[in-house]
Design a binder for this molecule. Structure first.
Ligand code: GLN
Length: 289
C-alpha cells in the first residue's frame, strides 16, 4: 500500500479525536520509530510503498490511537531531556513542563557544583533523577516511589541509559516516621518532587488518554486536601536539606499562591514561583535557611 494512502486513512479516522496537527505528528513519529523513515520522506518519494508486515504494524497503531491509547504507550518510549525513557501504564508519561523544572536545576548547578547529593520524591519512570545524573558531574542521586511497578520501570531506564541512580521504595506520606530506610539518614543538597497534584474537580479538563491510561496514583489528590504531598515534602525537605540546600517542586497551576505559602511558613527563604511555557504557575523553588 502507498504510504500516503495510509496517511490519508490516519487523518480520516483520527482527525475528529485529535485534530490534524497532532495526527500528523503521530504519523511521522510512528514511521520514524517503526520504519526508520524521516519526516520528509513523502516529499521526496510520494509513491513510496510499504510492505504487508509494515502495514500490519501501522494499522495496529491506528486502532490503538482510536482507543485513545497514548502514543508513548504504543511505542513504549517517551522522550525527555533528549533521552529515551521506557514507559508503561505504571508510570506517568514524562511531560515537557517537567523538563523545564529539570532545566531550572541544571541552570542553577551545571557549571558550578560537583558531588551534589540529590533526592527525587515520587520518581515514577525515573526521568528526573536519571536526566540529572547524566547532566551533572559526580552527583549522588536517589529516587523514591511507593510503587514497586514504577520502580521496575525506573530501574530499567537506569540500566538502559547507563545511569547509577539509587532507587528505593518508600511512601512519601509516612517518611517522617520512617526510620529503617538508610538512604534517608543523610542530608541532601537538592530535593525535587513532582507529586500527584490534579484535583478530582479538574478531571473534567483532562483528556481521555490521560485519565484512562496513566496511573491515578501518580496524578490525583482529593479536592479537600490538594496539597497533601506538598505538606510532607516541604516538612521532609526542611529537615533533610543541608543549609542553603534547594527544594524544587512541580505544582498545580491553580495553587501557586498556596504552595508558596507552605514554603514561607516552613524553613525556606528566597522562594521563587515560575511559569511554564504555557504561561501557568508550574514550579517553585525555595532555599533552606
Ligand atoms: N502535569 C500532569 C498532567 O497535567 C500532572 C502531573 C502530576 O500530577 N504530578 O497530567
Amino acid at each position: 500500500m502507498l504510504l500516503r494512502e495510509i496517511k490519508n486513512i490516519y487523518h480520516s479516522e483520527l482527525d475528529a479525536i485529535y485534530g490534524k496537527e497532532e495526527v500528523n505528528s503521530f504519523f511521522y513519529l510512528l514511521i520514524e520509530h517503526y520504519f526508520d523513515l524521516e519526516r520528509f520522506v513523502l516529499a521526496i518519494q510520494p509513491d513510496l510503498v510499504i510492505d504487508k508486515k509494515q502495514e500490519t504494524i501501522i494499522f495496529q497503531a491506528l486502532s490503538e490511537l482510536k482507543l485513545e491509547k497514548p502514543i508513548q504507550h504504543i511505542i513504549g518510549i517517551a522522550y525527555f531531556m533528549d533521552l529515551e525513557f521506557k514507559v508503561n501504564e505504571d508510570v506517568l508519561i514524562p511531560r515537557p513542563e517537567t523538563e523545564e523544572l529539570v532545566r531550572w536545576i541544571l541552570d542553577d548547578f551545571k557549571d558550578t557544583a560537583k558531588n551534589l547529593t540529590i533526592l527525587d520524591m515520587g520518581t515514577g519512570s525515573g526521568c528526573i533523577p536519571i536526566s540529572l545524573y547524566k547532566n551533572l558531574t559526580d552527583a549522588k542521586v536517589f529516587g523514591l516511589d511507593i510503587s514497586a511497578d514504577a520502580l521496575k520501570v525506573a530501574e530499567e531506564n537506569n540500566r538502559l541509559l547507563g545511569a547509577s541512580v539509587k532507587f528505593f521504595q518508600a511512601d512519601m506520606l509516612s517518611l517522617m516516621s520512617e526510620t529503617s530506610t538508610k538512604e534517608l539518614e543523610q542530608k541532601f543538597d537538592v530535593i525535587i518532587s513532582n507529586p500527584p497534584y490534579v484535583r478530582e474537580l479538574e478531571k473534567a479538563d483532562m483528556r481521555n488518554n490521560v485519565i484512562d491510561h496513566e496511573p491515578s496514583l501518580a496524578l490525583f489528590v482529593p479536592d479537600e486536601d490538594p496539597l497533601k504531598f506538598y505538606n510532607t515534602v516541604v516538612n521532609f525537605a526542611a529537615e533533610h536539606l543541608n543549609e542553603n540546600g534547594c527544594l524544587y517542586l512541580e505544582i498545580n497551576q491553580y495553587l501557586g499562591k498556596e504552595t508558596k505559602q507552605l514554603l514561607e511558613k516552613s524553613n525556606f527563604k528566597t522562594i521563587e514561583l515560575r511559569k511554564d511555557m504555557f504561561g501557568y504557575d508550574r514550579m517553585i523553588k525555595g532555599i533552606r535557611k
